[in-house]
Design a protein around this ligand. Sequence first.
Ligand code: SF4
Length: 233
Amino acid sequence: MKSVQIGGLVSFTTIDYPGKLAAVLFLVGCPLRCAYCSNPHLLTPHDGEYDPERVFDWLKSRVGKLEAVVFSGGEALMQGECAIGYIRRVRDLGFKIGLHTNGFYPETLRRASDLIDWIGLDFKATREKYPDLTGQHIAYDNMMKSLDIWRETGKDFEVRITCDPRFITKSDLIEIANILHERNVQNIAIQKYIPHFEDEEHKTDAAAREQFFCDCEMRTKINSMFASVAWRE
Ligand code: SF4
């Protein structure tokens, strides 16, 4: 079998898996082309910079020191069975497994769901705006299927909304919050869009980026709908 392609690695983080010391592996490849992507070097499948067996040996040396390994990307599930096989090996070392996902591969998520303990799922925009933002017409529907599949597992998760003012308004944010509330989602994170430092092409106004975070009335309303809302500025 082809080996998993790893394009990046964070050896220690306290913020990528809730309450756990974790490493993050960035798998190569993504089916989306989000306008704000800060990992363009990870989008096109290629032989990753990291030898998966060396990474695995290193993870063995971290048993007892780290608690979790988070698979990110790109979109880790784009590598299908290769990703699942590697996740299984890492899990067998005793780590909790996290996944940061755009939800584009619901059936792969279903197949991997026994191996994964927690996911952070991107909810990027309203259904109408998804194609403009991601370049994919089916991305929204796939993401919603992934959300429903994960909810059925009963495992913990967080839904993340990045507020890029080019693709999301305050009323969109309320609409998304309502959709998540109706589905009994408990934990969401509302993230400020921070332009990539090299992104001269896609300028946004600082006040437009800030608008989601300084509207106290809207924040209170959204806070009242969920068990936990992280406002990440
Ligand atoms: S889903 Fe993530 S990695 Fe893929 S294009 Fe969008 S921002 Fe980039």
